[in-house]
Design a protein around this ligand. Structure first.
Ligand SMILES: [Zn+2]
Length: 317
């Protein structure tokens, strides 16, 4: 699936290892990415060595390292080693449960539905209950373990429960969001007939998204990492259209939206209200051009370089 050559992958892995030395605070995270590239390049031993180094760092990065080691062991047919890594992960502190959902997915792919369900359940337990999907809210990363849990329960013939119903709500939200992006793309295509087209899209950068989630918890999911990947993917699709000459992102701001609601009223949960606010934000100049340069700050507000964040080739799945 990748068009990258082995040489390129190795070069990227080496560059990441140098980055890991330069940025000690992000060492674990960067080494995980380096191990991923070594593995893709077929240099499994290199990958394993780095993953063992990440284990010594502890924390959530160590949890992800356990997951990667389990994945590699399964790939190599060393199943009992793989299960050993998962048992070790199970015994880690609850703070290290970030990988729980991914373990669920790994085991689900292998047809181990009972074990997968156990990990999806753990991921759901680690969720903030306020992150449970609400009708009409946007898509949420929090929904991913709910989907996995629902799939495994169906495979195992278990009865539908409340969390399965929450998964249905999340699926409606996801579909509504995807439809909205499709309508946006369709509108862009229609507009290209008349003139070279400039398109705009309202986005909430990470800090604003979190603040918005506190101010309007029913409207903004607290957790939208998946949403950024979706937006990036859609923007790339839109950019593929030769008639689109410019893509602007309209940056939502909590004070700006609050002021808009105070002056104009309306329900913040309604898309039409948010779009009307976006039009006002444009006139206030809250615009950035997409894509940013590879070495410029990412549009999502992560404070990382675009090439290392939403612009990374591995971000959009
Ligand atoms: Zn980003």
């Amino acid at each position: 699936m990748s068009t990258k050559s082995v040489v390129e992958l190795c070069a990227q892995a080496q560059e990441l290892e140098q980055d890991a030395a330069r940025y000690p605070d992000e060492r674990g995270e960067i080494l995980l990415e380096a191990a991923h590239q070594w593995n893709r390049a077929g240099q499994v031993d290199q990958a394993i060595a780095l993953l063992h180094e990440v284990l010594t760092l502890g924390g959530e990065d160590a949890g992800f390292a356990r997951l990667s080691l389990a994945d590699i062991c399964f790939e190599q047919g060393a199943d009992s080693d793989a299960w050993g890594h998962l048992r070790a992960l199970e015994e880690m502190e609850p703070a290290s449960l970030g990988p729980a959902e991914l373990v669920g997915e790994l085991l689900e792919r292998r047809g181990e539905y009972e074990a997968a369900l156990h990990w999806f359940d753990r991921a759901v337990e680690a969720m903030d209950v306020t992150a449970l999907p609400k009708p009409g809210a946007g898509p949420s990363l929090a929904a991913m373990p709910l989907f996995g849990r629902q799939r495994c329960r169906a495979k195992l013939g278990l009865p539908v429960d409340d969390l399965d119903r929450a998964a249905d709500i999340a699926e409606d939200n996801r579909r509504e969001f995807a439809d909205r992006l499709d309508r946006f793309a369709a509108a862009s295509r229609a507009a290209k007939e008349s003139r070279p087209s400039e398109v705009q899209m309202l986005v909430w950068q990470r800090a604003e998204q979190q603040a918005a989630g506190q101010q309007w918890p029913d409207v903004f999911a607290a957790d939208v990492l998946r949403e950024y990947a979706d937006i990036e993917e859609q923007l790339r699709k839109i950019a593929d259209d030769p008639h689109i000459t410019k893509i602007n992102l309209v940056l939502g701001s909590v004070p700006g939206f609050a002021e808009y609601l105070r002056d104009n009223g309306g329900d913040p949960a309604q898309e039409s209200v948010r779009l009307a606010y976006a039009e006002q934000a444009v006139t206030q100049g809250r615009l950035i051009s997409w894509p940013p340069g590879r070495n410029e700050l990412c549009w999502c507000g992560s404070a990382r370089k675009y090439k290392k964040c939403c612009g990374a080739p591995t971000t959009a799945r």
